[in-house]
Design a protein around this ligand. Structure first.
Ligand code: GLC
Length: 426
């Protein structure tokens, strides 16, 4: 018995030590773990993982775990509203859309990064990013990739008919009508479904007719004659000229429109910069795709919306220093160059637009640079999501023939003024 007892106690000690080692090991691992929350496409995540491996090799004390979210911006926004609203500390670094910064910062969900960069480093980023990253005088996010709306076109088909990419919306409609009479392609694919992407398209159409939604003094100016013309055009592309598919208003988002284009079913596509890389890797599209600025109204200028993604630190994180180390690494010149080369993400650092290797690999880089000069910024206010929800609903109603452009613009003006008043009270 005694012996047995001894044996049992030795086994017991071994078990205890084993459990302790396992516990100590797991505990250390957890203490070193930094969670990076990110929504992106599969290919993009693959490139990011390579960068993370490099970061871990340079910083052996930190282990990065990716918290991968679904790519659409609206879904990610819901995720953050619930988690950050509940003061969740399970993730440290977040990749956030440029339109959420004011909202999240005003809610106290982002750590201020005001003292993280010196003046020279801060100036090395594109000036537009300062407009969205700063809230009430403090910096809350570091731009990771800049995004602009571009016109992708089928170079081979335009070449076959000896045509050039369109300069105006009128020219685009003519080209679509002529070419799709003999080729089985839709003319123009764009994002008309009721979601954030529709607002990006709407603001670009509006900008290309020299107008806006809110002026620099904060007045709601959406109900203008110019904007009525814009909404009519968006509607007519589908219903009058029939150059865009009928399901534009119900189905077309970034990915669904990109799929149609890559399947050879579109002459023109409005989309973001990531599409370039995917078209280059697609054997059926390789060499057939060109990129230009989006068209304009005859009296207007081409306009693209600014759609960047930025890195920020969760204010509830217990690992802010390590979180900053990761942000510093990922937004560096070298990391951004990798992302541009392998995912066609546009850099947020100005100098990279002059990098000869990048210009060779991404021949449309100068097009993006020029788009950044007349870029449209979505209203940079904490209640942007409320504005967007109203715009999404009423612009989409015009596209789906439920209301007229004039009526929709009047309703949007009234509702936006109501929101502005409500927020002024708070
Ligand atoms: C892109 C842009 C982002 C925008 C979104 C709309 O991801 O980068 O800013 O809000 O598209 O779908």
């Amino acid at each position: 018995m005694e012996c047995n007892f001894k044996k049992t106690s030795i086994v017991f000690v071994y078990i205890l030590v084993g459990v302790w080692i396992a516990y100590a090991f797991l505990r250390t691992k957890k203490a070193d773990e930094l969670v990076f929350s990110i929504g992106a496409g599969t290919e993009e995540i693959r490139v990011i993982k390579t960068l993370i491996n490099k970061f871990e090799a340079e910083n052996p004390a930190i282990k990065v775990t990716l918290n991968v979210l679904s790519a659409p911006t609206d879904q990610q926004h819901h995720y953050y509203l619930t988690t950050l609203g509940a003061k969740n500390e399970d993730f440290d670094v977040m990749r956030i859309d440029t339109i959420w910064i004011a909202e999240f910062a005003s809610a106290g969900w982002l750590e201020s990064l005001e003292n993280c960069l010196n003046k020279e480093e801060r100036m090395s980023f594109l000036p537009v990013t300062e407009e969205t990253n700063v809230f009430q005088g403090a910096l809350y996010a570091i731009p990771w990739n800049a995004n602009v709306g571009l016109l992708y076109y089928r170079k081979d088909l335009l070449g076959k008919y000896h045509m050039r990419p369109p300069d105006t919306w009128e020219e685009l409609i003519d080209l679509c009508t002529q070419i799709s009479a003999s080729e089985s392609v839709y003319g123009y694919l764009w994002q008309g479904k009721q979601y954030e992407g529709l607002i990006c398209n709407f603001i670009e159409f509006i900008g290309s007719n020299n107008d806006g939604i809110i002026d620099s003094a904060g007045n709601i100016i959406i109900d203008s004659v110019h904007n009525a013309i814009v909404l009519d055009l968006m509607h007519d592309l589908i219903w009058k000229y029939r150059v865009s598919p009928q399901n534009t208003y119900s189905e077309l988002e970034e990915e669904s429109s990109r799929h149609l284009f890559q399947q050879g079913k579109g002459l023109f596509l409005r989309n973001w910069t990531y599409v370039w890389k995917l078209c280059q890797e697609d054997p059926s599209m390789n060499g057939k795709v060109g990129v230009s600025r989006l068209p304009r109204f005859s009296d207007g200028k081409p306009a693209s919306v600014y759609g960047g993604w930025h890195l920020a630190i969760n204010a509830y994180s217990g690992k802010k220093e390590q979180a900053w180390q990761l942000i510093h690494f990922l937004t560096s010149h070298e990391a951004q160059k990798e992302l541009a080369m392998h995912a066609s993400w546009m850099p947020s650092r100005k100098a990279l637009y002059k990098d000869p290797e990048l210009i060779e690999k991404l021949p449309f880089l100068p097009v993006v640079e020029s788009a950044l000069h007349n870029v449209q910024i979505r209203p940079n206010v904490p209640y942007y999501q409320w504005i967007s929800d109203i715009l999404q609903k009423h612009v989409n109603k015009v596209l789906s023939n439920q209301t007229s452009s004039k009526e929709a613009l009047m309703t949007m003006k009234t509702k936006l003024e109501g929101i502005k008043r409500d927020f002024a009270k708070n």
